[in-house]
Write a protein that binds this ligand. Structure first.
Ligand code: VGL
Ligand code: ZN
Length: 204
């Protein structure tokens, strides 16, 4: 049994959003061509309280892009994004959510960020997605979404660590590239960690 994981396809991560990923919305038609090949589809939703400590605005004197020590973990400071119950946190309207079986929220604990859709960055808590997929008999996961160099990368690498055969569909992802080359590096890191990298053309 295989499952498709949609990572953080939310308004704040596409052009016009608070943490927009270049060409982020271009993945949506690609994902629509892939969806019919899956019986099980799950989605992650970055879902922060306004007080989330990954927001630069919650650290007077700090700005977006700075790295701080957050309760023992290095934390990149982000603009305020994906605040619970706001427009920015909603799934992009053109995405067909009718095919999505379950949604998993992440980043709800204000004291720790959560790039992966499985665990927070300290592996202190789980979202329940891993257990859900295992209970459904899933052995193989295909990962798509935003952003390649953060939430997609950590989700894919955690999937490997949980024992899933893990495939990244590269053209169904886009990245932030805070530093030029970050996306390329993220793809290489995933490959090194056992993630198979493919193009959506394998489904045609
Ligand atoms: C993400 C930074 C902060 C992502 C989420 O979805 O890649 N990046 N929160
Ligand atoms: Zn976030």
């Amino acid at each position: 049994m295989k499952a498709l994981i949609l990572v953080d396809i939310q308004n704040d991560f596409v052009p016009g959003g608070a943490l927009a990923v270049n060409n982020g919305a271009d993945i949506i038609p690609v994902i629509h061509t892939i969806m019919p090949h899956f019986e099980l589809i799950v989605a992650t939703q970055d879902w922060h309280p306004l007080s989330h400590e990954s927001f630069a605005a919650n650290h007077p004197g700090e700005k977006t892009g700075n790295v701080i020590d957050l309760h023992g973990l290095p934390q990149i400071l982000w603009p305020v994004h994906c605040v619970q119950h706001t427009k920015g946190a909603e799934f992009v309207e053109s995405l067909d959510m009718s095919r999505v079986n379950r949604i998993f929220h992440k980043g709800t604990d204000k004291t720790i960020d959560s790039y992966s859709g499985f665990f927070d960055n300290g592996r202190r808590g789980a979202t329940g997605m891993g257990e859900f997929l295992m209970n459904q008999g899933v052995k193989e996961v295909y990962v798509v979404g935003l952003a390649t160099d953060y939430c997609v990368k950590y989700t894919a690498m955690d999937a490997v660590s949980l024992g899933f055969k893990t495939v990244l569909i590269e053209d169904a992802c886009r990245g932030v590239n805070l530093q030029p080359g970050d996306v390329t590096k993220a793809i290489e890191e995933m490959r090194r960690n056992g993630v198979e990298i493919v193009d959506s053309s394998v489904f045609r």
